[in-house]
Ligand binder design. Structure first.
Ligand SMILES: [Zn+2]
Ligand SMILES: [Zn+2]
Length: 148
């Protein structure tokens, strides 16, 4: 998908969920890291993180677009459009748009805590830290060591 296809998709979603045209700009921005997209009011542009489309697919992309369109339409209407405003939360609810985007699988992977058994070398990944005095290797009961 390129920028003009992205813009066409945003226009379609705008009509479908907001009953209003989207007359701003749209582009993919590969430098966005952990956010799915952003709306820049001064340029009327919606930027989308292409990693979300590649890793999570079109459904998540549509959710991100709906979220950014909430910012856009409130901004255009001269209403408060920040995350905390009553108007923003109301519009999220009315259009069924997500408040947050999911974490990218690749980012989730990076955040995992890795352990290795000192005896048999088996590696384990956990989302949270574990107590190394309490937990042992599931295969050989050996001692685990933090490796990242
Ligand atoms: Zn937002
Ligand atoms: Zn082991």
């Amino acid at each position: 998908m390129n920028d003009s296809k992205l813009k066409a998709l945003i226009e379609k979603i705008s009509f479908e969920y907001f009953n209003k045209p989207f007359v701003g700009n749209a582009k993919f921005n590969g430098r966005l890291r952990t956010t799915g997209g952003r709306y820049i009011p001064s340029q009327n542009i919606i930027e989308i993180n292409p990693k979300y489309l590649h890793e999570l697919g079109e459904e998540d992309l549509i959710g991100i677009i709906k979220h950014e369109l909430c910012h856009y339409h409130l901004h255009i209407a001269g209403k408060p459009y920040n995350h905390r405003s009553k108007e923003f939360r109301e519009l999220l609810r009315k259009t069924g748009s997500p408040r947050f985007c999911r974490m990218l699988p690749s980012e989730e992977q990076k955040k995992r805590i890795k352990y290795k058994c000192e005896t048999c070398g088996t590696e384990y990944q956990r989302k949270r830290r574990i107590n190394l005095n309490k937990y042992r290797c599931g295969k050989c009961r050996g001692k685990l060591k933090l490796i990242n």
